[in-house]
Design a protein around this ligand. Structure first.
Ligand code: PSU
Ligand code: MN
Length: 302
């Protein structure tokens, strides 16, 4: 990608040039995954957490047809407050650039742009994956395919529990994407500490994650993502019974209203938040905060 296409903030460019730790952050969670006005405070808090751990934050989004890696205060504000802010997956980037459009980037678009900029570590809440209605809708997040061919380490609390988690783990296996449990032998459950499903590999420190990344480099390909599943603490998770009950209602409502495509994930997250009296939001935020901190420590350990 020509230098002029990717808009690196000065801070991010300097850090990358000096080989100092940088952590990519996605913007869809800010624009479409969290309620206003809290979303702006969270966007700023996540950047502060990265800095506090000694790394430079690079929040990624497309503004006026330019892909930005590292946003200033005004950029973050636009993402969080502009009602016209769209949601861009990886496939939307070229049309968006050509049209001069603005949008928040999902995991797929963020991972792509971050890797192009030379960033090795990325933190988010929960990955997209295979939706529970897949046999009818064929809805599988573009996150999975993009991660299968992008060399980046993604720290997450698993995949969103609104999804078909076993099917998503199966797809990750088929696609050749390695999955590590951070301090756990189980794949995390996003709002819940555990999805109940096992992972094949467990690591316990940022250094161990960095070792795996170096081993990936030594093997020399094919380029794939490394998924680090960090569970939300048990005392911060959503009550599992409440989770299961409200999620069933959310999925029914989604089906009845015929909601499809890109709107599904934001709808389900919002429904859960409202019907759990905000408890799902707190669990989501606890997960994201922890992921961002860990990502910064991994970037530093590299
Ligand atoms: N994690 C969160 N909240 C979110 C997302 C992740 O805690 O809103 C976003 C990510 O940007 C992810 C997207 O890529 O949801 C998945 O959307 P879809 O299922 O339409 O691919
Ligand atoms: Mn989808």
């Amino acid at each position: 990608m020509p230098e002029t296409t990717l808009m690196l903030s000065e801070e991010v460019r300097e850090a990358l040039d000096a080989r100092r730790p940088v952590v990519a952050l996605e913007s869809t969670i800010i624009a479409h995954g969290l309620p206003r006005p809290r979303n702006l405070a969270v966007a700023e808090e996540l950047e502060t957490l990265v800095r506090g751990a000694g790394a430079v934050p690079a929040t990624i989004a497309v503004l006026d047809g330019r892909p930005h890696v590292g946003l200033d205060k005004a950029g973050l504000e636009r993402i969080a407050t502009d009602p016209g802010m769209r949601k861009f997956g990886h496939r939307d980037l070229a049309p968006a650039l050509a049209a001069g459009a603005s949008g928040a980037t999902t995991v797929s678009a963020t991972a792509f742009l971050a890797a192009r900029a030379g960033i090795r570590v990325f933190a988010t809440g929960g990955l997209g994956g295979v939706h529970r209605e897949w046999t009818v809708t064929q809805d599988e997040s573009a996150d999975l395919r993009l991660l299968a061919r992008t060399g980046i380490t993604v720290v997450c609390a698993g995949v969103k529990s609104i999804l078909d988690v076993p099917a998503t783990l199966q797809r990750l296996e088929t696609l050749g994407v390695a999955v590590l449990g951070y301090g756990t032998g189980h794949f995390p459950g996003f709002y819940l500490s555990s999805s109940g499903l096992p992972v094949d590999w467990t690591v316990r420190t940022p250094e161990e994650v960095a070792d795996v990344m170096r081993a990936q480099d030594a093997l020399g390909g094919p380029e794939t993502a490394l998924i680090v599943g960090r569970p939300v603490a048990e005392d911060e998770q959503l009550n599992p019974d409440l989770h299961d009950r409200v999620l069933a209602e959310a999925l029914d409502e989604c089906r009845e209203r015929g909601i499809g495509g890109q709107a599904v994930t934001p709808f389900l997250l919002d429904f859960l938040m409202k019907r759990t009296g905000g408890a799902s939001l707190e669990a989501n935020l606890a997960a994201v905060r922890g992921n961002v901190r860990l990502a910064a420590r991994i970037a530093a350990a590299l």
